[in-house]
Design a protein around this ligand. Sequence first.
Ligand SMILES: Nc1nc2c(c(=O)[nH]1)N[C@H]1C(S)=C(S)[C@@H](COP(=O)(O)O)O[C@H]1N2
Ligand SMILES: [Mo]
Length: 315
Amino acid sequence: MLIRKPADIPYSEVTPKSLYLRRREFIRTATGPAVAAAEALSPTGARAQGRPKLPHVRKSQFSTTEPLNDYGDVTGYNNFYEFGTDKEDPKANARHFTTRPWSIRVEGLVKAPATYDIDGFIKPYALEERIYRLRCVEGWSMVVPWVGFPLADLIKRLEPRPSAKFVEFTTLHDAQRMPGQRVPILQWPYVEGLRMDEAMNPLSILAVGVYGEALPNQNGAPLRLVVPWKYGFKGIKSIVRIRFTDRQPRTSWEIATPHEYGFYANVNPNVDHPRWSQATERRLGEFRRRKTEMFNGYGQQVASMYSGMDLRKNF
Ligand SMILES: Nc1nc2c(c(=O)[nH]1)N[C@H]1C(S)=C(S)[C@@H](COP(=O)(O)O)O[C@H]1N2
Ligand SMILES: [Mo]
C-alpha cells in the first residue's frame, strides 16, 4: 500500500518496485524462455520448498486455470507492514517469527465465545487448493495457489447470532515479534472485516498454506484471509481474533486514509484511487499491463451481493 502520512515514513516503494520487476525480467530473459515457461506452467507444488507438506488437499472448481506465479514471487514479494514496508522485507524479517503456540479468540455475537489453539481450531475443515488472482491496490497482481477452507464452513460451525451482520478479523499485536508495529504507519493491530454475506460467499477462504505447503510467515502464517474479488489489503494475515458484530468494522486502512481505502475494497477499474488509475494492472513476471477486470474477474459469483449499491460511494 502506498501511504501519504505521516509524511516522514519511508514509503519510497514505487521506484524500488519497478526496479525489482525489471531485475526479475532481466533474470528471466537471461535464463531463457524455456525456463520462464517451465516456471510459469509448473504444476502446483513444484516450486515449493521446505515447509511442512499439507495432506489431503482437494482441487476446487473455483480455481483459475491461469499460469501460477512462481514460488519466489508468491513468497518473496509481499505486503506485510508488521515486518517492514518494502516488498522484500517480510520474507527477511519474518524468518524467525514463531507461530506455535498460537491462539485464536472468537468473540462477539456468537453462540460460544472461546479461545482456541490454532491446530484444534482448523482441524475440522477439509483443505482445498484455491488458485486465485490477487490484485493489489498498488496495481500489481499475481496468481496464487492457496490452500485453505471456506470461511463459510467455519462461520456455520461457530453459529453467529442472527444480529451479527459483519465479521471482524485482527492480526497479532506484538511489537517484540513484529518489529514493523514499532512504526506508527497504521493503527496497530491490523484490522479487517467483511459483511456477513461476503464472508459466507463460497469464494472467501481462510488460508493455512500455499503451493501445497504450510504458509510461510511472510504470507500470513498460521492463518490468513483470502477474498479474491477484493484488493489484496482485505487479506489480513496472522489472525488472532475473529469477532462477530452488528456494526461495520473500522478497518486499519480506512482509519489511516479514509478517502483512499474504503471498507468494501472491491476490485473496480472504474473507481480510481485518488492518486492513480485502477484501470490496468501488471501481473508479476509480465511486461505489458493488462486491463483490470471488475471484481477481479469474479463478478459472476459476487456481483449480485452489490446490486443496488453505489460502488463509487461504497468503494
Ligand atoms: N496483517 C497484515 N495483513 C496484510 C497486510 C499487512 O500489511 N498486514 N498487507 C495486505 C496487502 S496490502 C496485500 S496486497 C496482501 C498481500 O498478501 P501476500 O503478500 O501474501 O501476497 O496482504 C494483505 N494483508
Ligand atoms: Mo496490497
